[in-house]
Write a protein that binds this ligand. Structure first.
Ligand code: OGA
Ligand code: NI
Length: 344
C-alpha cells in the first residue's frame, strides 16, 4: 500500500495514513457487514425506586445476554455530560506542544497520552487511529493537581462529572447485585476496598481510509465496569454478538454501560464481558470518555460464593487482581485473552 497524501488533523498536526496504521487484510473492519439493529437495550433508570423489580430484571437480562446496554435518565446532568466532552475536545485539539508533557511510553505513569497498537501473529505492529488520554478519576483530591490546566475549565468540569459517575456506578452495582439474587452491596464488597478508578478519553480524528484502519482493536475491558459517553452524532463503537459486529450508536443523553472481565468472573459467567471495538470514519472527529472501576492489586477476585454450588461449580479460580494484570501485560500487543487463563 502506497503512503497516502498528508492529512490535516483538527489540531493542526499533519499525519499521513502511513503503513503503520494499515491493518492486514484479515483484520480490517468490513464496515459494510456491521449491523445497525436495536439489539443493545436502552434502559430507562427513572423507574429506580418505584418499579425496582422490572428495572432489576431489565438490567440483569442485558448483563446476561450482552454485557452492554445504554441508560437514559441516569442522573448525570446533561450540561455536565456536554461540558466534559467539550473540555476534552478542546484538550485534544490543543497544539501538539501544549499536550507534549503528557506523551509517554512509560505505562506506569498515571496521567498520560498514548497510542494503542496491535501486533498480529506475524508480530507486525499496527498503530490504532486514535489518541488516548488517561488519568485517575477518584479520589479527586489526590490527583487534581496533575490534570490539565488547559482548557481552563478541565479540572472543575472533570471533577464534577466524575463525582456524578461515581454515584451512577454505585447504583448500577446495586442493581446488578440484585439481578444475581444477591444483597445490594455484594458486588461492591467483593470488588474490595480502595478500588482503582481511572478514566480513558479516546479521540479518533477523521480517517482518510476507515476500511483499512481501526480506532481501537477488538478487546474486553479488563476492569469491573465501564461507563462510557460518546459524542452525539458520531458512531464508532461496536460490540460482537454471535460472531457479528453490531453498532452501538450514540443515543442523545444516554450513557453506555459495559461490563468488564471482573464482572464475568465474579458472577461465575452469568454476566458477560462483551468483546467490543471502535472503528473510524472519514468525516468527523469522534470522542469517547470511559470511566472504569477496577479492584486494587491485592484484592482477591473469584466467583462470589453464593453463586456456586454443586450444580454451578466455579468456572474461574481465585486470583489477586495483580496476577490478572501481570497476565494482561504478558499478552501485550496481542488480541488478549486474559480471563481465559484463570479458567478451571
Ligand atoms: C474503551 C473503549 C470504545 C469507544 O475505551 O475501552 O472500548 O467507543 N472505547 O471509544
Ligand atoms: Ni473498551
Amino acid at each position: 500500500m502506497e503512503a497516502k497524501k498528508p492529512f490535516q488533523f483538527a489540531n493542526n498536526t499533519v499525519l499521513c495514513l502511513s503503513p503503520d496504521f494499515i491493518l492486514p487484510e484479515e483484520k480490517r473492519p468490513c464496515l459494510s457487514e456491521v449491523s445497525h439493529t436495536n439489539l443493545v437495550p436502552i434502559i430507562d433508570l427513572k423507574g429506580y425506586g418505584e418499579d425496582q423489580k422490572s428495572l432489576v430484571q431489565n438490567v440483569s437480562d442485558a448483563c446476561k445476554k450482552l454485557g452492554i446496554f445504554q441508560v437514559m435518565n441516569h442522573g448525570v446532568p446533561k450540561d455536565l455530560c456536554e461540558s466534559v466532552m467539550v473540555a476534552l475536545l478542546e484538550f485534544f485539539q490543543l497544539p501538539h506542544e501544549e499536550r507534549a508533557i503528557y506523551f509517554t511510553r512509560d505505562f506506569t505513569k498515571q496521567v498520560k497520552i498514548f497510542n494503542y497498537s496491535y501486533k498480529g501473529d506475524d508480530q507486525m505492529k499496527v498503530t490504532m487511529w486514535s489518541e488516548t488520554f488517561t488519568h485517575p478519576w477518584h479520589p479527586t483530591q489526590d490527583f487534581t493537581h496533575h490534570l490539565p490546566t488547559k482548557p481552563l475549565q478541565y479540572r472543575d468540569v472533570f471533577t464534577a462529572y466524575a463525582r456524578e459517575i461515581g454515584c451512577l456506578m454505585n447504583r448500577l452495582f446495586s442493581l446488578m447485585s440484585k439481578g444475581l439474587g444477591l444483597e445490594e452491596n455484594s458486588i461492591v464488597r467483593k470488588l474490595g476496598e480502595r478500588p482503582n478508578h481511572y478514566s480513558q478519553a479516546n479521540y479518533y480524528p477523521p480517517c482518510p481510509e476507515p476500511e483499512l484502519t481501526m480506532g481501537l482493536n477488538e478487546h474486553n475491558d479488563i476492569t469491573a465496569l465501564t461507563i462510557l459517553q460518546q459524542l452525539d452524532g458520531v458512531s464508532g463503537l461496536q460490540v460482537k454478538y454471535d460472531e457479528n459486529w453490531v453498532a452501538v450508536d450514540p443515543v442523545p443523553g444516554a450513557l453506555v454501560i459495559i461490563l468488564a472481565d471482573q464482572m464475568q468472573v465474579l458472577s461465575n459467567g452469568r454476566y458477560k464481558s462483551p468483546v467490543h471495538r471502535a472503528v473510524t470514519n472519514g468525516w468527523l472527529p469522534r470522542l469517547s470518555l470511559a470511566l472504569f472501576h477496577a479492584p486494587n492489586d491485592e484484592t482477591l477476585i473469584g466467583p462470589i460464593e453464593e453463586l456456586t454450588d454443586e450444580d454451578h461449580p466455579p468456572i474461574y479460580r481465585n486470583y489477586r487482581y495483580k496476577e490478572f494484570m501481570k497476565e494482561f501485560y504478558r499478552q501485550e500487543g496481542k488480541r488478549r485473552r486474559v480471563k481465559e487463563t484463570f479458567k478451571l
